[in-house]
Write a protein that binds this ligand. Structure first.
Ligand code: BTN
Length: 265
């Protein structure tokens, strides 16, 4: 089932009004051997965020998951998540909202401005500092050690939603613009940009430069909670396949996964 989506990307679109989780549905389709499908929903009743967190996904959002079977080494898979963050940021900017990326894949709004106003305790992302969260990304995959089998990139964008109904620290496109967005057009822009950024190995080479251009994390003091402990220092770069490079008192570290918090300088 689908609706006319006006999409200039190599995906068939499965549109659902209400669904448990678009990622779950995309995984189901992967199990059926499908590929190149985007599942898009208006509302999710059982959506998931990173690190097994709950993701609040009421009616009015852009909740979508893209299933592909890219012919790339598994080591490059993180680039797809970063590509989705770039695509989401570009779609937001297209809709007139100045979004930026917090490593690895949170899309935030109002970073600098919020930091300047230290009295407003509400102006915080879920980790406590710097910007309000507009969108998040959850990637799931299966494959061999050297080759990706299937890859599901799930993107949750607070589109036309009253932020009062979202967890503290969240914002929405409609709140930022003062008017609702055309969600179909927004989703189409996002999917088209994602398709472009991930079209080939050569295209993937462009993901890190694009990510750097849209990052709010680089050049800032950060604290990253990793499986091996806390890494604190200045974020200086992002390196293949998506690691954050942090200058700490003990030297330069590369962080591959973790929760990143922007600290005040
Ligand atoms: C995060 O924790 O920041 C990631 C949130 C990802 C939510 C999206 S909404 C569409 C897709 N379906 C899910 O169940 N989760 C992702």
């Amino acid at each position: 089932p689908g609706i006319a989506f006006g999409l200039d990307a190599p995906y068939s679109v499965e549109y659902r009004g209400r669904i448990g989780s678009t990622n779950e549905r995309a995984r189901e389709l992967a199990g059926d051997g499908k590929s190149d499908v985007a599942v898009v929903a208006d509302e999710q009743t059982g959506s998931r965020g990173r690190l097994d967190r709950e993701w609040v996904a009421p009616s009015g959002g852009v909740w979508l998951s893209v299933l592909t079977r890219p012919d790339v080494p598994t080591a490059r898979a993180p680039l797809f998540t970063l590509a989705a963050a770039v695509a989401t940021t570009d779609a937001a900017r297209h809709a007139g909202v100045d979004a930026r990326i917090k490593w690895p894949n949170d899309v935030l709004v109002g970073d600098e401005a919020d930091e300047a106003d230290e009295s407003d305790a509400d102006n915080a992302d879920p980790t406590g500092r710097g910007g309000r969260k507009l969108a998040g990304i959850l990637t799931e995959m299966e494959g061999e050690a050297d080759r990706v089998g299937w890859l599901v990139v799930g993107v949750g964008v607070n589109a036309n939603i009253d932020p009062e109904t979202l967890p503290a620290g969240a914002t929405s496109l409609s709140a930022q613009r003062g008017a609702p967005v055309d969600r179909r057009r927004f989703a189409a822009t996002l999917l088209e940009r994602y398709a472009e950024l991930t079209a080939s190995s050569g295209a993937l080479d462009g993901v890190l430069p694009a990510w750097r251009d849209r990052a709010s994390t680089l050049g800032r003091r950060v604290r990253v909670d990793t499986a091996d402990g806390v890494v604190e220092g200045t974020a200086v770069d992002v390196a293949e396949p998506g690691a954050l490079v942090v200058d700490t008192d003990e030297g330069r570290r590369r962080v591959h996964a973790g929760d990143c918090e922007h600290l005040r300088d």
